[in-house]
Write a protein that binds this ligand. Structure first.
Ligand code: FMN
Length: 188
């Protein structure tokens, strides 16, 4: 079997579609995200707060890595790292990013895109202080930064057993959130 054939033989979308969510859609994507990630954790998803963070380097080449989501709210989607990391340099140069979550057991994914702002030094210090002593010991003074991604677009993707997957997209228009289902169907 070729490697390509072997890859193709691996199953995907093996999780169980969630029960239809009959609660009204919240006004903001942050509220729906909290509902979804709590549901994912209750359904047994491990490390549901781990996400792929994509940034862009000075040449315009995307970069991506896994990190931990620290908070979500009106101020943004928070994550932390060192200023001297590749992502730190990329964000200083181009303060925009995307976050991607994929929770296989519940067939749900969330995509977040927008501008990134640095949190206050106090918030960065508080995040560092909340880390373990071992983790803190590896960070140089002043190097730890909490950033907040302030999204303009958030997409909630939900897989279905019949492959009629759905997408719900929130867009920030004139400072207000609107939501709609994209006309192009979700594909896999
Ligand atoms: C599950 C998981 C969680 C991680 N969480 C973080 C994190 O919160 N912050 C961080 O800087 N790196 C985290 N990392 C390490 C990053 O993926 C990455 O290797 C590191 O930040 C260097 O990335 P960069 O060179 O693109 O800046 C995590 C890795 C994994 C696998």
């Amino acid at each position: 079997m070729t490697f390509a054939a072997w890859l193709r033989s691996l199953p995907s979308l093996t999780g169980a579609a969630s029960e239809p969510d009959t609660a009204p859609l919240p006004a903001s994507p942050e509220e729906l995200f909290e509902r979804w990630i709590r549901h994912a954790v209750d359904a047994g998803v491990i490390e549901a707060h781990a996400a792929t963070l994509a940034t862009v380097d000075a040449e315009g080449v995307p970069d991506a890595r896994t990190l931990i989501l620290k908070d979500v709210g009106p101020a943004g989607w928070a994550f932390a790292s060192t200023r001297t990391s590749a992502k730190g340099a990329q964000l200083a140069d181009r303060p925009a990013a995307a976050l991607n979550f994929w929770w296989p057991p519940v067939l749900r994914a969330v995509r977040v895109r927008g501008r990134v702002v640095e949190a206050t030094p106090e918030d960065s210090a508080a995040d560092l202080a909340a880390r373990s002593a071992t983790a803190r010991a590896r960070v140089a003074p002043g190097d730890w930064v909490l950033w907040r991604l302030r999204p303009d677009h958030v997409e909630f993707w939900e897989g279905a057993a019949d492959r009629r997957h759905t997408r719900l997209r929130y867009d920030r228009v004139g400072g207000e959130w609107t939501h709609h289902q994209p006309t192009r169907p979700a594909t896999t």
